[in-house]
Design a protein. Structure first.
Length: 313
């Protein structure tokens, strides 16, 4: 058996070659921009920055997938993979568990740290761009509490997180030592935008949807109208089907290759068709930029707030 077939046989699903390819692409793009940086004009830097920010966001979706479904069968290989993924993403992937798996999935839109109802701006664009800085302190708090508990037990999870932390920030520190200005442009800023993007996706996928019933956050009883789906082929190829969000909440440990089929079978026949968007770019433009008006559910909240204020006077 040759090396390639041995490697493929160690994967739970060969389709995750795309996962590895997306992560490798980020490294190759970053390396190329690093080498070309001294020769790039402003326009080239802006274009390269956009490409890198997108690549960083796509890798963050791989982090999301990694915390729901293992890529490799052998636990040691999976552990090594998550350390490598942490280095590529720029963040220890284990820290995703307390904020996402144990909080967002369980308490979606019920006061969880990513509840979009906490955004109250009248200009809807601000609800989008300020979402990440608004929720970041809560994310940090949850992560610190989780890691603190794992440290007190000296658990396997704590040491996994520690190895991932060294890998993630070790790469960044080394690059900063080599050339801090180049590192900021080529590595740090794209990482921040990518992290912002994966968190802010909650505004796109959950704002204006129906609430889940607490205790029914997964399985066949999940409210299929509790998430918005982006079904276009481009976004789903580059994010490994992360656009199919309702089926992900219904069966979060399902492999991403099954999402389109299961969405068509379990979600599309029953959900509000308005919650299935073909193009994420058009949705972003229409909802937050032009015309960018407050959606009906936020207009209702605004009217109710004004009515309460009038009664108080």
């Amino acid at each position: 058996m040759d090396v390639s077939s041995t490697f493929l046989s160690s994967m739970r699903n060969p389709a995750d070659l795309r996962t590895l390819g997306i992560c490798s692409a980020k490294v190759l793009i970053a390396g190329s921009v690093w080498m070309l940086y001294p020769y790039m004009n402003v326009a080239a830097c802006l274009f390269a920055g956009l490409v890198q920010c997108l690549a960083s966001f796509y890798v963050m979706t791989m982090v999301h997938n990694a915390m729901h479904c293992d890529v490799f069968k052998h636990p040691v290989v999976e552990t090594v993979w998550r350390v490598i993924l942490s280095a590529v993403a720029g963040v220890p992937v284990e820290a995703y568990r307390p904020t996402h798996n144990l909080n967002h999935h369980v308490y979606t839109q019920h006061g969880d740290h990513l509840d979009t109802k906490q955004m109250k701006y009248n200009w809807h664009f601000l609800n989008l761009v300020l979402f990440f800085p608004t929720v970041y302190p809560k994310i940090t708090k949850l992560e610190n509490e989780y890691i603190g508990k794992e440290f007190s037990k000296l658990s396997k999870t704590f040491f996994l997180w520690l190895a991932q932390l060294v890998a993630a920030h070790g790469v960044t520190v080394c690059l900063l030592y080599i050339n801090w200005r180049r590192t900021l442009c080529v590595w740090v800023v794209p990482y921040i935008i990518g992290a912002d993007g994966i968190v802010t996706m909650n505004m796109l996928q959950h704002d204006g949807t129906e609430d889940i019933a607490l205790g029914e956050h997964k399985g066949p009883n999940l409210n299929v109208n509790s998430a918005r789906n982006f079904t276009g082929p481009v976004i789903n190829y580059l994010t490994c089907n992360n656009g199919y969000h309702a089926i992900h909440h219904m069966y979060s440990n399902m492999h991403w290759t099954q999402y389109p089929e299961m969405h068509a079978k379990l979600i599309a026949p029953h959900n509000d068709p308005a919650l299935d968007e073909q193009c994420i770019v058009r949705f972003l433009w229409r909802t937050y930029i032009w015309p960018g008006q407050l959606p009906p559910h936020r207009q209702t909240e605004k009217a109710e707030k004004a009515e309460k204020a009038d009664k108080a006077e």
